[in-house]
Design a protein around this ligand. Structure first.
Ligand SMILES: [Zn+2]
Length: 223
């Protein structure tokens, strides 16, 4: 079974990969970032080229990513694999189908982790500010002593704090969403795209994924 997890950073793909790993025995999790890191760590010729490219701030081409994925597929024939963050471009998606075709495989299901840019930003940054005095809190790391009441001024109105890193993240997410539209359309036309409301709780998302896999006959009840 070949599953693709598709979604921006902060959409919960990593958490869901781990959850699914508990359900499906010997599930292999492949993320593009890990593939790149492993290749660089292996000190292969390609690894050296990748290292200099990344250090120079150059874009890693589709060809290289596809080459790495091809290696993974050859090493894991007949295993269940989640591809996390791949394919990300239409070119990668088409090349992926060719690779899978060689092994008599296909993409069984693509989960599209759909999430509002602002929810991601909130999750990734989590910082908010008291409107009364400007004291800064964080949803996980630094909550007020009394829930929703400012420690310093007793204020109860807060606003998400915006800074440069948030702007950068916002831009990246917007580009991500525009870039990935053709890939979504590609899998939508093939009838394998399943939209997930990734703003739901992790448990709800896990439940949704399992139900979809059950309905598609990809896993059995009790798994
Ligand atoms: Zn305050």
């Amino acid at each position: 079974m070949v599953i693709v997890f598709f979604g921006p950073p902060g959409s919960g793909k990593g958490t869901q990969s781990q959850e699914l790993g508990k359900t499906i025995k010997d599930l292999i999790h492949v993320s593009t970032g890990d593939l790149l890191r492993q290749e660089i760590a292996s000190a292969s010729e390609l690894g050296h080229r990748l290292k200099s490219k990344i250090e120079a701030g150059e874009f890693v081409t589709d060809d290289i990513i596809v080459q790495l994925v091809s290696g993974i597929l050859r090493k894991n024939v007949k295993k269940d694999i989640i591809f996390d963050g791949f394919p990300r471009t239409l070119q990668q998606a088409i090349a992926f189908d060719t690779l899978l075709g060689v092994e008599n495989l296909k993409v069984d299901v693509v989960f599209d982790f759909d999430i509002d840019v602002h929810v991601v930003i909130e999750r990734v940054t989590g910082r908010y500010m008291c409107l009364g005095c400007g004291a800064v809190y964080h949803k996980k790391n630094k909550k007020p002593k009394v829930d929703s009441v400012c420690d310093q001024c007793g204020g109860i109105r807060f606003v998400e704090r915006k800074d440069d890193s948030v702007d950068v993240l916002e831009t990246r997410l917007k580009i991500y969403q525009e870039e990935t539209l053709p890939v979504k359309k590609y899998y939508g036309d093939k009838g394998v795209l399943k939209r997930i409301d990734a703003s739901l709780s992790p448990d709800e998302v896990t439940c949704f994924i399992k139900t979809a896999l059950l309905e598609a006959g990809l896993i059995r009840r009790g798994e």
